[in-house]
Design a protein around this ligand. Structure first.
Ligand code: LHQ
Length: 262
């Protein structure tokens, strides 16, 4: 691989992963999937010390989904189910399963699988000039990479169906006002704000944040009874953590807690 299509750097327990094919609005190639998998493996490697992931894109786009130049002519007849099974679905599952928060800083257009990759994150910030597009129907496809799961849960069935069927682009402001994302920030503030947020989260009780993440993931499908049981089990485990002990001690000593993520 000559050009790296994924950039990885880490500081202060935050791993920043940057989609890096700016000329193609960071559209996904198979190589890029491989590099992204390798980056996530670095995050989860024993002793990495990483406690938060920040995902963003290089250039004027966040991600334009699948690179369609790899799907022209006869290649368009390739088995898309296999592509999803081997590339996109493992990626979405890996991000959702990660035992730490994933922040997504959407710096520009997020289209197709790129939009749904962003929605798989725990907290999504978008630049004011960014936009979201379920582009699939424009090329004869349906939303994938979790789009049909995330969209109705985040913004309701009516808006989700229309977005998917009409393939209409919505602004970051619209996305925030519908509850599709956490918030919109000025373009020139996006990376500073997202980095500050990620650094902050990396100082927080990582096990508790992971439990919060998994509990909210599960609550999408669970009954109240199941959720109460899950909360009991996860809280029981958190009650044995160093960070819980530290949090209570810090409260009584009237000082800020020093959470280690253990
Ligand atoms: C691209 C792409 C792109 C290649 C921009 N590919 N070059 C999963 C399983 C397997 C197969 C199928 O798909 C999936 C999941 C999916 O993601 S399907 C959906 C795929 N994505 C799309 O359909 C979006 C296609 N792109 C667009 O509609 C536009 O480019 C958007 C609306 C994203 C941005 O429009 P503009 O801001 O006007 O930029 P542009 O169109 O001029 O793009 C800039 C360059 O990026 C351009 O290259 P060029 O060499 O002409 O400067 C585009 O060809 C290239 N590019 N998206 N997906």
């Amino acid at each position: 691989m000559s050009e790296q299509s994924i950039l990885y750097d880490s500081a202060d327990a935050v791993a920043r992963i940057t989609l890096n094919r700016p000329d193609k609005l960071n559209a996904f190639t198979a190589d890029m999937h491989g590099e992204l998998r390798a980056a996530l493996a670095k995050v989860t490697a024993a002793g990495s010390g990483i406690r938060c992931v920040l995902l963003t894109g290089a250039g004027r786009g966040f991600c334009a989904g699948q690179d369609l130049s790899q799907r022209r002519g006869d290649a368009s007849l390739a088995d898309l189910g296999q592509t999803l099974d081997t590339l996109y679905n493992p990626l979405i599952r890996a991000l959702r399963a990660l035992d730490m928060p994933v922040i997504c800083a959407v710096n520009g257009i997020a289209a197709g699988a790129g939009a749904n990759l962003a929605l798989a994150a725990d907290i999504v910030l978008a630049a004011r000039s960014a936009s979201f597009l379920q582009a699939f129907a424009k090329i004869g496809l349906m939303p994938d990479s979790g789009g049909t799961y995330f969209l109705p849960r985040l913004i309701g069935d009516a808006r989700a169906r229309a977005l998917a069927m009409l393939a209409e682009r919505i602004s970051a402001e619209q996305a925030a006002s519908w509850g599709l994302i956490w918030k919109v920030v000025d373009d020139d503030k996006l990376m500073d704000d997202a980095t500050a947020l990620a650094k902050h989260l990396a100082t927080q009780p990582t096990k508790a944040l992971a439990a919060i993440k998994h509990a909210f993931n599960a609550s999408q499908d669970n009954t109240l009874d199941q959720q109460l049981d899950l909360e009991r089990d996860r809280q029981r485990a958190l009650g044995q953590s160093n960070d819980y002990r530290e949090g209570v001690a810090a409260f009584f000593e009237k000082r800020p807690p020093n959470f280690t993520g253990s």
